[in-house]
Design a protein around this ligand. Structure first.
Ligand SMILES: *Cc1c(COP(=O)(O)O)cnc(C)c1O
Length: 420
């Protein structure tokens, strides 16, 4: 009897197209190309309709036919369907007609878009019979694996660069995960994890489970389309670490159009990085198909991957959609964080500052036209990277608890900044 694998057909090499069983494996044995989940789109097209999607709970799992699990999800069943906020005040500041914020700072349960990929990877890991899960992380992935594994009763090992933000470390340890700090950059952490995964046979969400994990990012794109009234946005700005999220948003837009759930249209997916770790945007701006690895040095630690696993495919997605990219300095990242907070009341982490800062540059230079509509993907919460903005948001004015001192303070304030 054939094993029931939902709407998945096989794992397929992105380079040579060779097919593999739907196991915990991620590279082609012949050309070392990355494996990707292939679906039976004809069957999906027959069963998945807008009405069916809308009849389901407001989570990322309402698109489950397009996510790589065979049965019902068992981990992270409440993840996703975060708000898409119309950002009129920020639009005005950036000089664009219409702007939307896809707000994954409030994703459940660990306040970043990584809950999407982790709920898929862990649900699939359970289907494949794993009891121990693990990851190599720049911070948010560690938080999400630790939390979701705890809730699912799975044992978790998370490996991180030991110089991560304190809050990201604590946010992993609190769930009882085994947190191991590696004295080195993310790329060294990742190399070590590839060896550990081979030797110990655990489900490493972004190593041997990567084909499933990566698909979870598509849910952000599906939600954007549905929340825009079943339209693919003209312009989307996405920050990049490994480049996976950008490639999957691109894929999600294509899938929705292919299935007739959104009308065919041209679209752009623009990439954003920090100047201190910009292998992908540097290559894109130079018109190259390949990136050169770098040593990261930026406050945007969640994006600090010097050898991005999906960099090549992110470059290809941008090329195929005639998109652009750019990068921003640490100061511009902080400015982006403040701009978003002051205009829209949304406090993003450094990665969000990268997205806003790059969007500003793309609009100012006309690479995103002023009369266009754009979506900014804001992927993580500012409370997790407080260190990056401490000392940059003004000083705390202190007074004794009496009215006169407050009035004096207010008086000096109004003299300095007239209010009208
Ligand atoms: C991981 C991460 C990203 C992007 O990751 P990719 O590896 O490019 O998919 C973006 N923002 C935040 C906050 C992240 O943690």
């Amino acid at each position: 009897m054939e094993k029931h694998e939902g709407f998945m057909k096989a794992l397929k090499c992105r380079e040579c197209g060779r097919e593999y069983p739907l196991a915990a494996t991620h590279v082609c044995e012949f050309d070392f190309g990355p494996l990707e989940v292939a679906y039976d789109y004809d069957r999906i097209k027959k069963s998945l309709t807008r009405a069916l999607i809308q009849s389901r709970p407001q989570t990322m799992w309402r698109y489950r036919e397009l996510l790589p699990i065979a049965h019902e999800p068992t981990v992270g069943t409440q993840v996703g369907f975060t708000p898409l906020v119309k950002a009129d005040r920020l639009a005005k500041r950036l000089g664009i007609r219409e702007l939307w914020i896809k707000n994954d700072t409030v994703n459940y349960p660990t306040l970043s878009f990584k809950d999407r990929v982790v709920s898929v990877a862990l649900s699939r890991a359970r289907e494949l019979g794993f009891k121990i899960v693990a990851c190599a992380s720049t911070g948010n992935l560690a938080n999400s694996v630790a939390a979701n594994a705890a809730a699912a009763g799975l044992k978790a090992y998370v490996f991180i660069p030991s110089d991560l933000e304190q809050s990201k470390i604590v946010n992993s340890q609190v769930y009882g995960a085994q947190v191991i700090g590696i004295k080195g950059h993310y790329d060294e952490v990742n190399r070590l994890c590839a060896e550990i995964a081979g030797k110990f046979g655990w489900a490493f969400v972004n190593v041997n489970m990567r084909p499933y994990y990566a698909e979870g990012s598509k849910s952000m794109g599906f939600e954007i389309i549905e929340q825009l009234g079943w339209h693919v946005p003209q312009h989307t700005v996405v920050c990049m670490a490994s480049g996976s999220l950008l490639t999957k948003i691109y894929k999600s837009y294509q899938e929705m159009m292919k299935l007739g759930l959104a009308p065919e249209t041209k679209f752009h997916v623009h990439g954003a990085q920090a100047t201190g770790c910009s292998p992908i945007t540097t290559a894109q701006k130079a018109g190259l198909d390949f990136f050169k690895p770098v040593k990261p040095n930026t406050i945007a630690k969640s994006l600090a991957i010097g050898t991005p696993a999906d960099g090549f495919y992110a470059l290809r997605a941008m090329k195929e959609t005639a998109s652009n990219s750019d990068d921003v300095t640490d100061d511009e990242i902080r400015e982006g964080i403040k701009l978003l907070a002051e205009c829209e009341g949304i406090f993003a982490e450094t990665a969000g500052g990268v997205t806003v800062g790059v969007a500003k540059k793309l609009i100012a230079s006309g690479r995103i036209p002023a009369n266009a509509s754009a979506v900014l993907c804001i992927t993580g919460n500012g409370l997790k990277t407080l260190d990056a903005v401490v000392g940059h948001v003004g000083r705390l004015r202190e007074i004794r608890p009496n009215l006169r001192e407050f009035e004096t303070l207010l008086h000096t304030e109004t003299e300095a900044t007239p209010t009208h």
